[in-house]
Every structure is written in structure tokens, then in C-alpha cells.
Design a protein. Structure first.
Length: 415
């Protein structure tokens, strides 16, 4: 038999090879920075620190027994179903429960109007995938939810800040921006906003809906905090106002009222956008965890969620008041901060010439942390701003944390 020919390119097994680098990352992977909030949370995990940094629910308020029973029930009814693949849109009973809650809040909703998502962040990602192309303009409040900025920029959008005041979006400024920039959508957290805690009044919501209808604009209404109201009356969703019906993607979450570890959110959207979001979700993860959906559905049908939310509200109201009052005793008079009617955050501003990012370095040495506000601004950052979350510490711990913050500010300012 003839000898087998050796390819000219073959090399001995132990020969050194000059390696070529793999192809470059996509441009979007290098153009979007990581979340400073996540980095600060990692920094503040050491024992003894009082952290106002994370927007985390209080773990001691989780209904652990009720949720454990709900998971037991999901397996007892049908373990095979609980452990099996599910439909992309979500478990019918959970979609029905979401629809019933939305309808009870004044927004008539059918189960078919809802998609269950893996947290509300995925709902935002699905809407972005369905609507945004590189170069599109997205409008967002100034400041706004940091992860939304990341999401839109990862898709190649140019994020433009909408001027706001203490009550949120200024409709006249929004109309001017829409006419000038021709954006694809407006992203807003109108109720107990992250990071500011402010709430957009109903008349402004109505005007935003009219502007969107008149000038042609998608609306993305993110509402993770709406159930956490401590005083006053509920304000109707932006999606419920005339002009917004056929153009609003309403995003909600169970993270703040049940538990974030469930990773359950939802999207209510017009039919065409909903179909596009379903396709995007099939690409992303096929469907949200079946067992988590079935457990949540059982929990919602057997537990008095209203009573549980009332317990959470009472605790958070006390903690909000503790932080607000403590700041008035420990911070200089030329600092500013608000008193939100709900949610998880107080928004503060340092005196002229101060920088919250620089202050944070000193604060950590005093055993207290917060999130500098600059990254929440889509365009021009305000270095004096900072976000303080009051939900994860008891009032005595909050008072101690505020005292530490006051001492840190004194040292930082050289007073």
C-alpha cells in the first residue's frame, strides 16, 4: 500500500504555534459600562456597614412560609407540569392573576394582554429588542433608572434626557424634544421613580399621553414600585390615559411585593408589540421558569397579598421617616433632600462644589454607603446628587447610618 501523504500544513504535536487573537467583541459590548450600583453593593458587603446603596427589599419581610407552601402546592398539583417546559407567553393562571390585578387598579386587562417575563428587567429588554435599532433616539427622564440607560445603549440607541422638575417630566419640554429629535420611544418610571422617588401627577400623565398620540411615540411605563405607597391616593397608570392605549408597554414586577429571587415580572402591551416581544423572548430564554410561575400563581390565589403589602408599607414608611428625620439632624442646612410618597429612595443633593463620588470614598471608611447620582443622568451628570435607599435597615440602624454619613461629610468637606 502507498504511504499516506502528510499535509504540507501539518506540524508536530509539540510544535509551537503563533496564535492569532480571536475576533473583536461587538462594539456595543465595549460601549456600555458596568453598573456602578452593582460594584458599590459588592464593596459594601463587609459586616458592620450601613448601606443605603441597594434598592433591595427587606428580606425579613418576605413571606417565606407562604411562598414555601406555594411551591409545595405547585408540586402537589402536578410535579410533571411544574418541572416541564412551558409556553413563551407564560402560565395561563399567572397571566390571569396579573390581568385581574391590573383591572382592579383601573386598567381593563385580559390574560392574553400579558406576557410573563424573567423579572421586569427582561420585559424592558424585550421591548427594546422589538423596537430599537442602532441610531434610534430614546427619551428618558433626567435622571432615570440606570439599567434602562444600559439597556438602550446596548441596543445602539442614543439616550436623550427629558427636562424634569420635582414632579417629573415637564410636558412642554417633552413636546419640544419629540418634535426636534423624532425619538422612537419615551421611557418613564412615573410612580415613586428610581432614583428620585418622585411621582408624575395625573394631569401631566394625561398630557404625556396626548403628546405621544399627536406626535407619534411609543411609551414604556415601568412600574416596579407602585404598590409601595405610604400616603395619598393612587395615580392612574400612564397606560390608562386617552391616547396611550395603543402605544404603551406597561412593565411590572413581583420583586418588591413578593421576592426578587423569584425573578418574575410582566409586560402588558398592544397586540403587535406583544407578538414581537414573544419572538424576542423565545430567542432569549424560551420561557420563564415554570415552577416559579405556578408557585406565584398559587400564592396569588390563596394569600391575602393586600394584607402582606400593607405590612411591608408600614415597615417602609417608618424607615423612610427615620431616614428623612435623621438627615435633617446630621446633614448641613445647605444640603437638599425630598420626602417621597412611596417607593424605596430618597434623592439628595450636596452643596455647591461637592462631589458625591468623592464623598463615597470617605463615607465607606466611616462604615456607610450610598449610590452617587451622576450615573443616573443620561446626558449631563450632576455630581452633587446621591440616592439613598431606606428599605433594608431598621430605624435605629438608619439613624446610625445617617450619623456616619454626617461625620463623613464633615471630614470630606474639611469642616
Amino acid at each position: 500500500m502507498p504511504a499516506t501523504a502528510t499535509p504540507a500544513t501539518a506540524l508536530p504535536a509539540n510544535a509551537a504555534v503563533a496564535a492569532s487573537p480571536p475576533p473583536a467583541f461587538a462594539a456595543r459590548a465595549n460601549s456600555v459600562e458596568g453598573s456602578p450600583v452593582r460594584e458599590i453593593l459588592a464593596l459594601t458587603e463587609r459586616p458592620g456597614i450601613v448601606s443605603f446603596a441597594g434598592g433591595l427589599p427587606a428580606p425579613e419581610l418576605f413571606d417565606t412560609e407562604g411562598l414555601r407552601a406555594a411551591y409545595d402546592a405547585a408540586f402537589a398539583v402536578s410535579a410533571r407540569r411544574a418541572l416541564q417546559y412551558s409556553t413563551t407567553e407564560g402560565a395561563p393562571e399567572l397571566r390571569a392573576a396579573v390581568a385581574a390585578r391590573a383591572t382592579a387598579r383601573g386598567l381593563p386587562t385580559d390574560a392574553d394582554d400579558v406576557i410573563v417575563t424573567s423579572g421586569s428587567q427582561q420585559a424592558l429588554a424585550l421591548v427594546t429588542a422589538a423596537l430599537i435599532e442602532p441610531g434610534d433616539v430614546v427619551l428618558a427622564e433626567d435622571p432615570t433608572y440606570l439599567a434602562a440607560i444600559q439597556c438602550f445603549r446596548m441596543a445602539g440607541a442614543r439616550v436623550v434626557a427629558v427636562p424634569c422638575d420635582g414632579e417629573g417630566i415637564i410636558p412642554e419640554a417633552l413636546a419640544e424634544l419629540v418634535a426636534r429629535e423624532r425619538p422612537k420611544l419615551l421611557y418613564t418610571v412615573p410612580t415613586f421613580q428610581n432614583p428620585t422617588g418622585r411621582t408624575l401627577p395625573a394631569p401631566r400623565r394625561a398630557e404625556v399621553a396626548r403628546i405621544a398620540a399627536r406626535l407619534g411615540l411609543w411609551l414604556v411605563e415601568d412600574d416596579p414600585y407602585g404598590d409601595l405607597r405610604y400616603e395619598g391616593s393612587d395615580v392612574p397608570w400612564l397606560a390608562a390615559h386617552p391616547g396611550a392605549e395603543d402605544r404603551t408597554a406597561l412593565i411590572g414586577s413581583f420583586s418588591k411585593i413578593m421576592a426578587p429571587g423569584l425573578r418574575l415580572g410582566w409586560l402588558r402591551a398592544p397586540a403587535a408589540l406583544r407578538r414581537a416581544a414573544v419572538v424576542a423572548k423565545q430567542v432569549a430564554d424560551l420561557h420563564t421558569s415554570t415552577v416559579d410561575q405556578l408557585a406565584a400563581a398559587h400564592y396569588l390565589t390563596t394569600t391575602d397579598l393586600t394584607a402582606h403589602i400593607a405590612t411591608v408599607r408600614t415597615a417602609y414608611r417608618e424607615r423612610r421617616d427615620a431616614l428623612h428625620d435623621a438627615l435633617s439632624r446630621t446633614l448641613p442646612a445647605d444640603c437638599e433632600w425630598n420626602l417621597p410618597a412611596g417607593g424605596m429612595f430618597i434623592w439628595a443633593r450636596l452643596p455647591e462644589g461637592h462631589d458625591a463620588t468623592a464623598l463615597l470614598k470617605t463615607a465607606v471608611t466611616h462604615g456607610v454607603a450610598f449610590v452617587p447620582g451622576a450615573p443616573f443622568h443620561p446626558n449631563t451628570p450632576d455630581p452633587r446628587t446621591l440616592r439613598l435607599s431606606f428599605t433594608t435597615h431598621t430605624p435605629p440602624e438608619i439613624r446610625e447610618g445617617a450619623a456616619r454619613l454626617g461625620r463623613a461629610l464633615t471630614e470630606y468637606a474639611g469642616i
